[in-house]
Design a binder for this molecule. Structure first.
Ligand code: ARG
Length: 286
């Protein structure tokens, strides 16, 4: 019930990108521009020949998994420690896991950066073979893509300013809440009574709005929240999480061949301790 309502709301928002969904018209415009810039930056790091090839190969990408060669991954590299920019590279837990999976499959890995809410459409259209983006498995997404076995426990947490009157999820009623567009934070914040949801292209932008007093709280995944709170003075994460979730990689619906290969690789990475090693490289125990 609750989820259906949310799904409809999200669908309406997507359909209404141009007509604006609540106060998001401005955000959407900036996002389109922002996404383009990021993509352009990513492309410039590649050789010119590569860029043309990438375009020509979009239709081939879907077959590439079966044919051997290159695996195209899409992500939204605004999500440390899972994926973020390090100079011209996209690094992080997901990037390393994807590389390890590709290695096991004897394939090359190409990572493309785009807006978070473009990831599932890119996989559905075959533009990309898969997305690894700290993506939470949920029933609605399962209608559009197939998920591998999960590889991480996650949670949505609440960031507030130190001294905030918001002390638990129940205190969010009627508050201005910042989220990254299309994330589970966005979706589940819709359950909050009289929520005034402010959508941003990047989680970090929501955090900036919080430090500037434009919003009262940010709902976002726990590990990125820790990174953002560390980088910005005067913020804290509430003890009580908002939701518990799990991350998995998503492939095109029905691409069981790739799904099975990826699951086999993920299992190997888990069993050998390699996966934990990757996590430990980016997340230091408190
Ligand atoms: N786990 C959340 C979701 O699946 C947020 C993921 C955001 N990931 C990113 N790379 N920006 O909706």
């Amino acid at each position: 019930m609750k989820k259906n309502k949310i799904a409809v709301a999200v669908a309406l928002c997507m359909a209404a990108v141009l007509t604006a969904c609540g106060g998001t018209a401005k955000t959407e415009t900036t996002k389109a521009a922002g996404a383009e810039t990021t993509k352009a930056e990513a492309e410039t790091t590649k050789a010119g020949a590569e860029t043309t090839k990438a375009g020509a190969e979009t239709t081939k990408a879907a077959e590439s998994s079966a044919a051997g060669g290159k695996l195209v991954m899409v992500t939204n590299a605004e999500f440390p420690p899972y994926e973020y920019h390090d100079n011209n590279d996209i690094v992080g837990i997901d990037a390393d896991i994807a590389k390890a999976i590709a290695d096991k499959m004897g394939m090359e890995l190409e990572i493309q950066d785009m807006a978070f809410d473009s990831l599932i459409p890119a996989v559905q259209s075959g533009k990309a073979d898969f997305t690894a983006a700290g993506m939470t498995v949920n029933e609605d997404r399962k209608k559009n893509v197939d998920f591998t076995d999960t590889y991480a426990q996650a949670a949505q947490v609440i960031i507030v300013k130190e001294g905030s009157e918001i002390k638990a999820p129940a205190d969010l009623d009627g508050k201005k809440i910042g989220v990254q567009t299309g994330t589970t934070g966005d979706i589940y914040a819709g359950d909050i009574k009289d929520a005034n949801i402010n959508r941003y292209n990047k989680g970090m932008e929501a955090v900036m709005a919080l430090t500037q007093g434009k919003i009262d709280a940010v709902v976002i995944d726990r590990e990125p929240a820790k990174v953002f709170v560390k980088e910005n003075a005067g913020l804290k994460i509430l003890d009580e999480a908002f939701t518990e979730e799990e991350y998995a990689i998503a492939v095109k619906k029905g691409n069981t061949e790739l799904l099975e290969k990826m699951n086999a690789a993920i299992k190997e990475l888990k069993d050998s301790g390699e996966l934990q090693k990757i996590v430990d490289k980016y997340i230091t125990a408190e």
